[in-house]
Every structure is written in C-alpha cells, then in structure tokens.
Design a protein around this ligand. Structure first.
Ligand SMILES: [Zn+2]
Length: 243
C-alpha cells in the first residue's frame, strides 16, 4: 500500500463519515474509533511508511542480515566469528543502555566491516506512547552512545518493535536519523524450533532482502552458519550494503 493509497482511503472514509454524521451523532463516535484504530494500525506497520520513510532493500543479489537488540556479550562475538569465517558482513542495531561495558565489542563490530545503527537508548515497550520530548531524548541518547565509540557510524536507526508515530517521526528528524526497516522478519524472539525457522528463512529470502534477526537469541546463532552456506550456495552475496 502506498502513501497516496492510504490518503485516498482516508478521504473516502472521511466522506462517508461526514454523510453519516449528518444522520446521527452515533456515527461520529464510530468514526472516532475507526480513525484511532486505523492510526494505531499504521503505527505498527513500518512497511506502510505512513509516519516514517524507511529503507527496506539492500543491493541486487545481496542479502543484508541485520541483528537487533545487541550488543550481547555472549552471542554477538559468536555471530561475528561466524560472519568472519564466511567473509560476510552484516548490520547491527544497538540498544544504547547495553553499549556501556561492551565498548570493546562495539568497536570490534565496526572494525570487522559491519554497519552499525542505533535502536533507541531504552528499547522500552511503551516507547510508542511517549511524548515527543521523551522519545526524542531516548532516541538521541541511544545514538550518542554509539557515536561516542564509533564517531563515523553514520545516521542509521531501526525503530524498536517497528513502531512509528508522529512523535517518533519528529524525533528522527530532530536527531538527523534515517530509518532502516526489513523485508523479511524472522520472529526469532518468539520461535522455538531452529530447524523450522531455518526452513522458513531459506524459503523466504531472496536477493536484495534485508532480514531482521536478533543476536540476543541462541536460536539465531544456531541457524546462522547453515543459513549463510545456503544463501552463498545460491550465489547471493552477504554484504553490509544499503540500497
Ligand atoms: Zn528491538
């Protein structure tokens, strides 16, 4: 769904609501609920780009593996070792409050040729409900933590939980950050069976996809090597590049 289709949809709904409202006030309440529900839906789907424009693709014949929620002192080094072994680079979206105490690890990610982005300071599940000031402080602080260690990290950001809204859009603009989405979501934080997840990823991933993974998950670490081998076997590259 494009932004113009969404705007067109709203215009149609508004026209219907105006007609209905002229009949009874009951419809005004129903309309209020519908708009709230619609906007909530839009805030949950980054892909619709309703509030924030994002990048969803890497270069042709390439797959960008992206790892959220680190740095993880146990799993991130294993992920880095596997990537290095297969001459692959990826992208890591770090949570600001986890950076402290793991400075060596963050520098290692950068030194080994991977791209880095921020993922807010707190990664609070209620971030979508916060005020403009609070969300701007949190997102800004999260990116500062990254820049303190890697000054040339750039301006990449991934919205926690993929949630966007006008306050988050304003925060990104104020902090000068660009949002990076994904085209394949692994759901590796909720799935339990690595074999099934690997099969799903093998089936879904194609050239130019950005894959959402988490380097906090043992499950993800366990399927990473076979996944890389499969993708390389299809002559896809695994490079930290954005389209
Ligand atoms: Zn996250």
């Amino acid at each position: 769904m494009s932004k113009s289709q969404v705007v067109f949809g709203i215009a149609i709904l508004a026209a219907i609501a105006i007609v209905m409202t002229s009949v009874s006030n009951y419809y005004l309440i129903a309309w209020g609920f519908s708009v709230s529900f619609f906007l909530f839906g839009m805030s949950m789907f980054l892909r619709l780009q309703f509030f924030v424009e994002s990048t969803f693709r890497t270069t042709e014949n390439n797959v960008l593996l992206s790892f959220d929620d680190g740095p993880d002192p146990v799993n991130t080094p294993i992920v880095l070792d596997i990537l290095k072994k297969h001459d692959a680079t990826a992208m890591f979206f770090l949570i600001g409050k986890k950076v402290k105490g793991h400075e060596v690890l963050v520098r290692r990610i950068h030194e080994e040729g991977h791209l880095l982005g921020s993922h807010s300071y707190s990664h609070d599940p209620k971030i979508g409900l916060w005020s403009k000031t609070r969300v701007t402080t949190d997102i800004g602080k999260g990116h500062e933590e990254l820049l303190k260690l890697v000054p040339n990290a750039g301006n990449w950001f991934r919205p926690p939980f993929g949630v966007t809204n006008p306050n988050i859009a304003s925060a990104l603009k104020k902090c000068g950050l660009n949002s990076i989405g994904w085209s394949v979501r692994s759901f590796d934080t909720v799935k339990k069976d690595p074999k099934k997840l690997l099969e799903m990823l093998i089936q879904e991933i194609k050239g130019s996809d950005i894959v959402l993974l988490h380097d906090t998950q043992d499950l993800t670490v366990s399927l990473l090597e076979p996944l890389i081998l499969e993708l390389k076997g299809r002559n896809l590259t695994l490079k930290a590049e954005l389209n």
